[in-house]
Design a protein around this ligand. Structure first.
Ligand code: UDP
Length: 317
C-alpha cells in the first residue's frame, strides 16, 4: 500500500514512517517541518516539505496514495490557550483541506491522530469512548471538531475512517536508520523532562496535593511502537462509510512519582526534583479503557513503562 503520512517529520509521525517502510509499504510525507525535523524522515520516504494549508501541495502528496495517516497538528495545550487561532487554522482548516483533496483524489481511507484531551475532565475512570467530550482547552476542542468533521465525511462520502485517541505516548523506536526520538522545543512532556533533569535544572513536579495515592497526577503511558502498531491495524480495519473512535493507552496508570522511580531504576541514579505548583488544566487522573482497541483492532500494548523510559533514554544518548 502507498500511504501519505502528514506530520511525518514529528516524533510520532516519523515513527509511523519507519514502521510502514519496514512493513514494505511505500510512503509520502507531508510536513512543513515547523516543529518536526526533515532529518527524522527515513530517506526511503518521499518528503513534501509543504504546509497542509497549501491545497496544491496536499494534492501533490496524495498522488498514487491508497490511505492517509494524519498526524500533522499543532499540539501544545498552553500555546492553544494563548494563540487559539493557529489551532483552528492548522488542525481544523488544515484537515478540511486534506479531506477535500482526498475526496478529489479518490483516497478513501484515513486514520486520524485524535487525543484524550477531547474528553476534558472525565466523569469516570477508566475513560471509555462513550465518555462525554468536554475539552478544557482549544487544542482538545480543535481535535474534537476534526473528529466531528470526519464523521460527517464518512457518512456523506463513504470515507473509511478511524480516529485514535491517544493518552500519554512515550518511548522511541530504533529503526534501521537509527532512533526516532522525541525532539520537542520547548519540551513539556514528563518522561523527556525527567531524563534531562540535572542538579541545576531539576524536574519540576507539578503538584503533590492531588487526590491520588501519592499526591501526584496519574497518567496512562503507551509506547510509541505499540501506538503505531495500532495505526497499522486501523489502516486495515477501517470500513467504508464508518468512522470509529478508539482510545489508545495501556489501560493502567502511573503517578509522576512512579515515573521518576522507573527512571531512577533505568538510569541507576537519583533524579533531581523540586516541588512546583499545579499546572493549569491538568486533570488528576487519566486512564484509558482500551477494550474497544483490543476488540476492534485486535491490539494490546506489549511494552511496559521501564521499556518506554529505557528506549527514551537510549534515543537521546
Ligand atoms: N509533569 C510534571 N513535570 C513536567 C512535565 C509533566 O510534573 O516537567 C506532570 C504533568 O503535570 C502531568 C504528567 O506529568 O501530570 C504528564 O504530563 P505530560 O505533559 O507528559 O502529558 P499530559 O498528561 O499533559 O498530556
Amino acid at each position: 500500500m502507498k500511504v501519505l503520512v502528514t506530520g511525518g517529520a514529528g516524533y510520532i509521525g516519523s515513527t509511523a514512517v519507519a514502521m510502514l517502510l519496514e512493513q514494505g509499504h511505500s510512503v509520502n510525507v507531508l510536513d512543513d517541518c515547523s516543529t518536526g525535523h526533515a532529518s527524522s524522515v527515513d530517506a526511503r520516504a518521499d518528503l513534501f516539505q509543504e504546509s497542509i494549508l497549501n491545497s496544491q501541495a496536499v494534492a501533490g502528496a496524495l498522488q498514487g496514495v491508497d490511505a492517509v495517516l494524519h498526524f500533522c497538528a499543532k499540539s501544545l495545550v498552553g500555546e492553544s490557550v494563548t494563540k487559539p487561532e493557529i489551532y483552528w487554522e492548522t488542525n481544523v482548516y488544515g484537515t478540511r483541506i486534506l479531506l477535500d483533496e482526498m475526496k478529489k483524489a479518490n483516497v478513501a481511507r484515513l486514520v486520524f491522530s485524535s487525543t484524550a484531551a477531547t474528553y476534558g475532565e472525565p466523569r469516570e475512570i477508566p475513560i471509555t469512548e462513550n465518555e462525554i467530550t468536554h475539552p478544557t482547552n482549544p487544542y482538545g476542542a480543535s481535535k474534537l471538531a476534526v473528529d466531528y468533521m470526519i464523521t460527517s465525511q464518512s457518512r456523506a462520502y463513504g470515507l473509511a475512517a478511524i480516529s485514535l485517541r491517544y493518552f500519554n505516548v512515550a518511548g522511541a523506536l530504533r529503526s534501521k536508520t537509527g532512533w526516532q526520538t522525541e525532539r520537542h522545543n520547548p519540551e513539556t512532556h514528563l518522561i523527556p523532562n525527567v531524563l534531562r533533569a540535572s542538579e541545576s535544572n531539576p524536574l519540576k513536579i507539578f503538584g503533590v496535593d492531588w487526590p491520588t495515592k501519592d499526591g501526584t497526577c496519574i497518567r496512562d503511558y503507551v509506547h510509541v511502537v505499540d501506538l503505531i502498531g495500532a495505526h497499522l491495524s486501523a489502516l486495515e480495519a477501517a470500513q467504508p462509510g464508518t468512522h470509529e473512535i478508539i482510545n489508545l493507552g495501556s489501560g493502567g496508570g502511573y503517578s509522576v512519582n512512579e515515573v521518576i522511580a522507573a527512571a531512577e531504576r533505568v538510569l541507576g541514579r537519583k533524579i533531581p526534583t523540586e516541588i512546583s505548583s499545579r499546572r493549569a488544566g491538568d486533570p488528576a487522573i487519566l486512564i484509558a479503557d482500551i477494550t474497544k482497541a483490543s476488540k476492534y483492532l485486535t491490539w494490546s500494548p506489549t511494552l511496559d513503562l521501564n521499556q518506554m523510559v529505557s528506549d527514551a533514554w537510549n534515543s537521546i544518548q
